[in-house]
Design a protein around this ligand. Sequence first.
Ligand code: PTJ
Length: 234
Amino acid sequence: MRHRLETAAKKGMLADSAMIAHGRGEAYDYLLGERTIPSAHFATQVALHTLKNAQHPVLSVNGNVVALAGDEILLLADQIKCPIEVNIFYRTPERMDALLSDLNERKQRLGLDVDILGSHPDASIPGLKGPRAKCESRGILASDVLLVPLEDGDRCEALVAMGKTVIVIDLNPLSRSAQRGTITIVDELSRCLENMLSMETNGLPTASEYHHSETLQAALNEIVNGMKNKFSSE
Ligand code: PTJ
């Protein structure tokens, strides 16, 4: 995963703070035992059901997401039949170009027919200032359900305030995005996407069966209980 980020950084795809964000994720992943915990597996099932049943689902991606799991996000968009929108916090024309061409190369290699948006922002997310508010009217603005892996807290809040169902993937159950999202999957991004791609899609649980605060508490409990028992059996 670090190597993927190094390669992406050389191509100009990443924010300067991408490695810091990744390091925070790695730390939480250690504490969670580098596995998909049961509450995250359930939240992933609910998220997949919600995406599949949305009117206008969109997968929002940033630099870290394209670098770590560009193929998987394209495969998921293909499965759900929805667009991907490149929507980055530290927006520059150079980074947008690098991310859009990386995704388009992957799409061609995989032979997929997925709409990749982000190059023509003609709308903005209310409540946010500056370039990070930019989005496309036929993408994020029109969406009813959004997948936002590794999202920044402000943007997550602004999207929820727009009335969207926001599905967050974040290893830190205490982050503002994890707390403010509608459905939060406390899992590592690429592991979560692989789970979604291989999941049985019949009989998935619905959003009415998902309990947000219990899901976040379950992740914290895994961390705390895992610590308690760590050395007691040795
Ligand atoms: O490409 P940009 O400009 O949109 O910038 C992207 C980053 C990720 C740099 C930016 O959004 C950022 O600074 O994010 P934060 O505020 O550091 O938040 C990242 C969150 O993602 C943290 O809570 C991490 O624990 C979590 N995280 C990091 N890597 C992973 C992860 N969660 C799941 N899987 C990961 N691989």
